[in-house]
Design a protein around this ligand. Sequence first.
Ligand code: PEP
Ligand code: MG
Length: 754
Amino acid sequence: MPYNLPATRLLMNRLRQVMAEEGETRSRLDKVVRLIASTMVADVCSIYLRLQGGALLLIATEGLKADAVAATRLSVNEGLVGLVARRAEPMAIQDAPRHPSFSYRPETGEDPFHAFLGVPILRGGRVIGVLTVQNRTERAYDDEEIDNLQTIAMVLAEIVDRIDPDALNNGGNEKRERNTASLTGRVFCEGLGYGRAVLHDPVVPAAKFFAADQVTESKRLSEGMEELKASIDRMMALDGAALGEDPRDVMETYRLLAHDPSWAEKLQEGVKSGLSAEASVDRARREHRARLQSARDPYLRERLHDLEDLDNRLLRILGGEEGKPQISEERSVLVARRLGPAELLEYSNTGLRAILMEEAAASSHAAIVARALGIPTLGGIAGLTTRIDQGDWVIVDAEDGTLHIRPDDSLYDAYKGRVSLRSERQAGYEALKDLPARTTDGTEVSLMLNAGLDLDMDMMKQAGADGVGLFRTEFQFLVSESLPKLNDQIDLYKRVLDKADGKPVIFRTVDLGGDKVLPALNLQREENPALGWRSIRFALDHKGLFRRQLRALVRAAGERPLTVMFPMVTVASEFEEARDLLLTEVEWSAKRTGRRPSRVEVGVMLETPALAYGLPELAGKAEFLSVGTNDLMQFFFAADRMTPHVSDRYDLVSPSALRFLKEVSDACKTHGIRMSACGEATGSTLSALCFVALGFTTLSMSAGSIGPVKQMIRSFDLQAFRPDFLAALDAPKQDFRNQVLALAADHGIELSDG
Ligand code: PEP
Ligand code: MG
């Protein structure tokens, strides 16, 4: 099979013409297969379309019997074509009939052909069809030929994706694979939203597939690659200046990949064959994605992810401003594989209706940012980006964790009903905003806000919060490219105190490590990051960074009261060491500026079970503690909060967890330590009810939960409920959660979840 680049280029040009032509799909496809067969000097060229359920329908052929078109259908597990679709990778076979997967279909007249080359037709990482060429004689197809057929398949994807099998006169009621689908995910921010999908990762439109002039295009690609390498080098230099000790694994891998000549060569080859620079990168990205779908090995997956990230970076550089995702006036839903908190913040003023993320683990900061923005968000949706195309309509049900892709009308109607119900409920909460969270028998509960960004503070008033019960200071670190400077920190803390307008704010010192990884800190990967070098442990071992933060807090407070708490304290001595550093900063600052906070309160987060039994040692030293349910429960139940299979497996509303919290509550009373709770659990009305019943009168939560929790508190008589609740805790039934729910119902308590 003689093969050369000018011929491919010619083919590309002809394909471009065919794609631009109007006209009947079937005749266009016939032209396409004829073109490919003649350019590649093949006896056969066929296209198969993947139907719903995975079967492959022959939709065009040159060389096989014409009658087989729209009639021959291979099941998912049938034949070499099925194998190519399943593996999502090319297969070149010298003598096909001898291959164990070969399946003979007499109606096609396939028997005289020996050599077989099949490549998947991919769109968004999804196999939508298979393109094959066959030759009468036994022969080996070389890498260049395989590569070129893949390029052609990519171009073809645009035509194939629009094919309606019914229009091919097969008479059946076949449906293409791309139709309504429902996927489930984890609710990161509650709410409902619908709109058109906007893909965060760059999309190369079909109109930009071909280059008019290869020389210019090749230069543009080289310049793009240079810019990519330079940007990675710049990032490394920046981070190096910030810390610079350990090997920077991820960035180093990036750099190696970006400098890998085989990657560059492959991209240049694409351009030489007539593709635009963008299309050539897109072709590489499709391959990486398709391989990711089937790769199991974690190392390989990580590398493929890195490669895909690089493809995306390069596409962004090539696309410039134009290549940026466009959030239109229309309703838009952002769809991303992974999303950093800083990237998400860039969308903060665009009026997004919802956010969807594929990865659960890496997105936790993004999830918290999404909550701060109050945008309904689902994460941990396996296969998300391969199932949605740019512009698809989606309904995001971030109440029960379902995503509907290309929904039909009946779903829309049901959804609209839910939206109006939800807005009625919201209006009800709005009306409670200025009323106290007081039980019917007069116990006042402070409902505070969990915050971490400037923009959360605007929610404080809106939600009617009594202050900020947890300000996650590490967010400023997570959303910046390099470590925030002293003045940046002072500015942020000042703004927070200003916006709080005299209401209390509890600043939690940097809680880095664990899932909150900071590229600039360049930490080594750990086997068990949640149990690792994180939080106060990390802060105490990086005194420069820690003291700079304490200084910023003291300076920002000026003469206002300052409240600080330390995360993940395990033993009392960690608290003491941190508190002493803070007090030293107070003195130091007083000497230099002549000002000191009018009052300094120091507390601790209770996140490790060990500290629950160390409270006697904190007596008289820590003024308050705040139960961080997210970490505390992961350690209590030994269930990683970042691993979807186990993170929701155990229930805080269970006898063991609540008895433990009761011990904490009793110990706090004994030792005169004020207590509160923060963490996600406080946002559930049922868990909040349990906390109040256990004696907690300060709860901190995200803005959206304040209304429902306030309504719950205002609906119950604590003195009447508490004895029944404690009795249930002493004599739990097998389904304890339902037992508490029934009890709440008996007492007329208004719960909005459970
Ligand atoms: C917690 O662990 O409950 C907590 C509030 O801290 P974070 O979620 O930031 O770890
Ligand atoms: Mg925590």
